[in-house]
Structures are given as structure tokens and as C-alpha cells.
Design a binder for this molecule. Sequence first.
Ligand code: THU
Length: 160
Amino acid sequence: MKKLKIETELDVFESVSDLSEDIQNLMNKAHEARKMAYAPYSHFQVGAALLLASGDIVLGNNQENAAFPSGLCAERVAAFHAGATFPNVKFEAMAITAGSLKQETTVPIPPCGACRQSLAEYEVKQSVPIPIYFMGATGKVVRSRSVKDLLPLIFDHSYL
Ligand code: THU
């Protein structure tokens, strides 16, 4: 038997002010989007801001539904909107912020597995890594230089 070791490296920034100006601006947009999330059931709001190679910024936030699985995460709202309105424009970076309405969320909140898989589709398609920045409502920011670092053993078209 052989062992397969998977290593991943993430960068941790003490605060938003340690990020480049462009990414600070992107994260600010994600905060604005978070505050407009529709999360009456979980009271957990997530905002995502996606910077495109064209310079456009596409926003998303979680949209919940009384029939729970019918809702959608912020990251996929942003990614699918970008895919629908700017087809074939590369994704340059995504900023994500999440916060509970019941308590202060100070730890970085990573995107869920389904969002990682959805983002991976675009990264594989464009053959350029998409850096993902994520945080709570305040506090540290984590950067993954590529979706692959958040989702080792990606399932992609090559298996089909
Ligand atoms: N949520 C997101 O928007 N993104 C994630 O990556 C994780 C979870 C949303 C879904 C749901 O509306 C709420 O957060 C609680 O799970």
C-alpha cells in the first residue's frame, strides 16, 4: 500500500488592511453584499464579490428559501451570475465574508464544499488560478491562491 499525502498552503493576513488596495476594495464590496443577504432561516449572512478580468465586480449573497435546499450560497450566486452575464471573462479573484446575526463572527469562514466544486469548474475552464480570500465579519483574512488548494482531488471534465 502506498500513501498519498496532500498538502495545501494558505496565507493568513492579520487584517484587511494588509491586503492590496484592489482586494481591500473587493472585500468591502463583499461586506456590502453580505449585509443584503436574504437569510431569514439561518440568520447567517454571506457576501461574495468576484473580480473579473474586465474589471467588473459581480456580487452575490446567500438567498434562502422556506424549502431549505432551494436556497443558494453567496459564492455560487456570484459565480453563476458572472458566468451568465460575462461568459468567457476570466475570474481574477473572489472575496468572501460571512457573519451570524446572533453573534460576532471573527473567524475566517471558508466556502462550503459545493461552492468549491462550482468555483473549480471555472478555474479549470480558464486554466488560471483564482485566488479566494475569506473572512468572518471582522478579523483575519485567509487567502487560498487557487481553488485547488481548497479542494484537493477536484472532480473535473477529464474524468467524463
Ligand atoms: N452559505 C453560503 O452562502 N456560503 C457558504 O459557503 C456556506 C454557507 C450560506 C447558506 C445558508 O444560507 C447559510 O449560509 C447557512 O448555511
